[in-house]
Design a protein around this ligand. Sequence first.
Ligand code: COA
Length: 190
Amino acid sequence: MKEVLPEDGVIRKLWIGETAKYREHILRLDPESRRSRFAGGVSDDFVRHYVDLTAGLETVVHGFFVGGMIRGGAELRPLGPHLPDQAEAAISVEKPWQSHGVGSALLRRTLLAARNRGFQHLHMACLAENRRMQQLARKFDAELSFDFESVVGEVAASRPTPMSLMRELMSDHHGFATAMLDLQTRMLRA
Ligand SMILES: CC(C)(COP(=O)(O)OP(=O)(O)OC[C@H]1O[C@@H](n2cnc3c(N)ncnc32)[C@H](O)[C@@H]1OP(=O)(O)O)[C@@H](O)C(=O)NCCC(=O)NCCS
């Protein structure tokens, strides 16, 4: 699963201790993107609390890393034991990196993670005027049927298969190897 991402960026799951980088990414979003991301205006304090809460829950977060900084992120947050087949998904990409395929790559990873965890319904808080997110979701019609009235997506064929589990494992492995190479290169430069 080789994706061509801008600036040789890499998408991988966040590691323990990378919450601050993710928080900085969300805080850097321009006002319009932040409003779209949270389906309404939110303060810096709200964002800080929100990210702390995300780190404390069983949320799967994928980050789009460029030069050690997170420029895009996607969350898959289970809705809890009373709704075991449901999760919330949310994506954000910083403006200079938008429209370069990063959102698509992040949603692809999130759908794979959702499938492998047996989630059948994905909720996305998406403003009705957010055409870009709607276009993005439509690209995944085969895997995700979206009802923007109720902002609930249904993940089709959500049963994990050996192949879908293997795809996630391979993505994780590739992300780890790339991050190690990146770290090594930056240490050698320093
Ligand atoms: C929505 C968002 C995640 C999309 O990320 P992205 O990296 O720009 O998405 P992509 O480049 O993969 O583009 C996905 C699709 O969106 C559409 N799109 C891209 N740029 C667009 C633009 N300028 N105007 C309208 N549609 C556009 C296209 O259909 C594109 O698919 P294509 O390139 O195959 O034609 C990003 O714009 C974002 O972070 N917005 C603010 C936060 C937000 O709205 N989050 C969603 C709510 S949870």
